[in-house]
Design a protein around this ligand. Structure first.
Ligand code: ZN
Length: 164
């Protein structure tokens, strides 16, 4: 057997917990960037795409839902106005916060418009009574945590975490 040092193929299985590399070969592995939840929507088209995706995932495709970023009541990041008899609903994402990141540092939790969208949509499945708010909020966080492999602590306001 002669020396075969050229065109050697090294297979690296990223699923394996142990990666063995022949001596003398340097390997640099750059992990694939993890997708992250949307903090804000770039435009109406992006909002519509996320809305359609979550309507599918949350079994809400028989609803006609309009979602918009526009000025709303102070202190409310997002809200939903459902008309169950007509299977239609309007979601408002408050532009006063969505468009002004400088307001986010005052929040207790992280500003994340994707979680707000999921929260508002869950109201259509769970209900809008005050007693259902906690479940809706928990389930919206669970969906984001599962979809993006995030810990619950991700929802802490990053500005607050820096001050700890
Ligand atoms: Zn709510």
């Amino acid at each position: 057997m002669g020396k075969q040092t050229t065109n050697e193929v090294i297979t690296i299985d990223l699923n394996s917990p142990i990666i063995t590399v022949p001596a003398g070969i340097d390997v640099k592995i750059i992990p694939r960037k993890q997708p992250e939840p949307k903090i804000t929507f770039a435009d109406q088209g992006e909002l519509n795409a996320y809305l359609a995706d979550y309507q599918r995932l949350l079994f809400l495709e028989d609803w006609i839902i309009r979602a918009q970023v526009k000025d709303a009541e102070d202190g409310v990041a997002a809200s939903i106005c459902p008309e169950p008899a007509l299977n239609r609903a309007e979601i408002t994402i408050n532009a006063k916060y969505h468009n002004y990141p400088e307001t986010w540092s005052q929040r207790i939790t992280r500003y994340c418009v994707e979680q707000f969208l999921v929260h508002e949509l869950l109201h259509l499945q769970i209900g809008c009574e005050p007693g259902q708010e906690q479940l809706v909020e928990k389930m919206s966080k669970s969906i984001i945590m599962i979809r993006y492999s995030l810990p619950f602590s991700w929802f802490k306001n990053p500005a607050e975490v820096r001050n700890e």
